[in-house]
Design a protein around this ligand. Structure first.
Ligand code: ATP
Ligand code: MG
Length: 461
């Protein structure tokens, strides 16, 4: 997440720099070229002015002076100079190695144009020098008449070099901007991702049933702050709704418990007052059975209402000792149906869970296993300790369960095709208790038949 922000911000910065620097570079090139051409024109007019008199009366001494000036000009980094007379013949050049004086330049378009009295500027490829040249050709006037022309040529590479030199400054600014952008992107992405990661943690806690989870309101951007506020509002609303629903179920169950006990007592009294009659006795047994079922239902609903994720504190408990104690409790009932119970557990295995949740979970698993197993079955209870967790496995030799039913078994009131007495609330309570204890619970078919019920507890707080 943080890397994504970082790359996005860097990408935007680089694109912004490219968008601003490329047109700026092109603009700089144009400005530099215009500046050079203006300078060449000015130099050409100055040299022309010097040559004017000498050209007018074909004064060779005057031309020599002009040549010396042109050579000095070239030595200082100036352009190549060619001065022609009205016939187009070169009378002054400033190339010491390749003097082209005497040659006719009259056919060169820029010279021809300058001899007609106009200024010619442009760019062309020099076959002789094999480079791109920028040129300026200006007429030399004496009074109103043209007495010759000056052409200055300059290596185009010189413009590129000048632009590159200026661009170094731009590159430096761009580099500093980029370094700042990286720093800024890093800081912003840290702040944003830290807030979002925190919100993600809160959402995960809420989805796992911890309705007391609330997000800290971040100092970051307004949108993230609003998101945190919305998450908190949603959590508060959810918590209130769940609480209301739970207390309604708990209240209703509680209210039902008293009249039910009274009803059972009254029926008992009526029964005692009646003469002994086997047929009536059977009816009363049936009524008693139904009332007991109702009582278990109400107890189950009360248990579900009571066990909530909030207001419970986890504490360390020795699950090895709890398993042994619960097995002793169930052993006599198991013996009635000839079921043997084998326990494999370390002496002591500490887990963190809500007190009493561990024994209720184990009781429910053993109760279910004994309810579904035929006489003479075997019950294996293992406690397995691994890195950060400890798992309790209750394996029976009953009819087993399909993977699909194993999921649904934890739903309230779901009993599948169960024939044993029950309400279908046992595993729903187990699930609720596991949630409060931060434990995982599941049922699954065992490959060799029967069912394995698992509860995995954390070994740390
Ligand atoms: N060990 C098991 N083997 C096969 N099926 C099982 C096992 N444990 C649970 N089940 C199935 O899951 C259903 C739900 O179990 P749960 O404990 O919630 O309710 P119950 O045992 O029917 O009633 P009670 O509320 O009295 O416990 C059972 O009715 C049964 O069909
Ligand atoms: Mg049960």
């Amino acid at each position: 997440m943080r890397r994504l922000f970082l790359f996005a911000l860097l990408g935007v910065s680089i694109v912004a720099l490219l968008l601003s620097d490329i047109p700026f570079g092109l603009y700089l090139y144009q400005v530099e070229r215009d500046r050079l051409i203006t300078q060449l024109q000015r130099d050409a007019f100055i040299l022309g002015g010097r040559a004017e008199d000498a050209l007018e009366d074909s004064n060779t001494t005057g031309l020599d002076t002009t040549r010396d000036l042109a050579i000095a000009y070239r030595d200082e980094g100036g352009a190549r100079v060619v001065i022609v007379n009205t016939a187009g013949t070169a009378v002054v050049t400033n190339d010491p190695t390749d003097s082209r004086e005497g040659l006719n330049y009259g056919t060169r378009p820029e010279i021809a144009e300058a001899l007609t009295g106009r200024v010619a500027t442009g760019q062309r490829y020099s076959d002789t020098l094999q480079i791109e040249l920028v040129y300026v050709a200006v007429p030399i006037y004496s009074g109103d008449s043209v007495v010759g022309a000056v052409r200055l040529t300059f290596n185009e590479q010189a413009i590129d070099d000048a632009v590159t030199r200026s661009l170094w400054g731009v590159y430096l600014v761009a580099f500093i901007t980029l370094v700042f952008a990286i720093g800024l992107a890093f800081v912003i992405s840290r702040v944003l991702s830290r807030n979002l990661v925190h919100l993600g943690d809160i959402a995960t806690r809420l989805s796992h049933g911890d309705l007391s989870a609330r997000a800290d309101e971040p100092d970051g951007p307004k949108e993230v702050k609003e998101l945190a506020q919305n998450v908190n509002q949603m959590a508060t609303r959810l918590e209130t709704l769940v609480q209301e629903q739970k207390s309604f179920a708990a209240d209703a169950s509680h209210q039902l418990r008293t009249p039910l006990t009274a009803l059972q007592l009254r029926i008992e009294r009526v029964r005692e007052g009646l003469p002994d009659n086997p047929e009536l006795g059977e009816r009363f047994d049936e009524i008693d059975g139904e009332l007991s079922r109702m009582r278990r239902l109400i107890e189950g609903l009360l248990a579900l209402g009571r066990s909530s994720v909030e207001d419970v504190t986890r504490a360390p408990q020795d699950i090895g000792a709890i398993v042994r104690e619960r097995v002793e409790h169930w052993r006599s009932l198991a013996e009635e149906s000839d079921v043997s119970i084998q326990v494999a557990s370390p002496e002591s295995a500490i887990v963190w869970a809500v007190p009493t949740a561990t024994e209720q979970i184990i009781d429910n698993y053993i109760d279910n296993a004994l309810s579904v197993m035929p006489d003479g079955g075997e019950l294996h209870i293992d406690v397995a300790v691994s890195d950060g967790e400890t798992e309790v496995r209750v394996r029976d030799t009953g009819p087993g369960i399909s993977a699909e039913d194993a999921e649904r078994a934890f739903d309230r009131f779901w009993r599948g095709g169960a024939t044993h007495e029950g309400t279908g609330l046992g595993l729903a309570v187990v699930k609720q208790l596991a949630l409060s204890s931060g434990a995982r619970v599941s049922l699954e078919p065992h490959p060799e038949g029967g069912t394995v019920a698992r509860a995995t507890f954390s070994r740390t707080a």
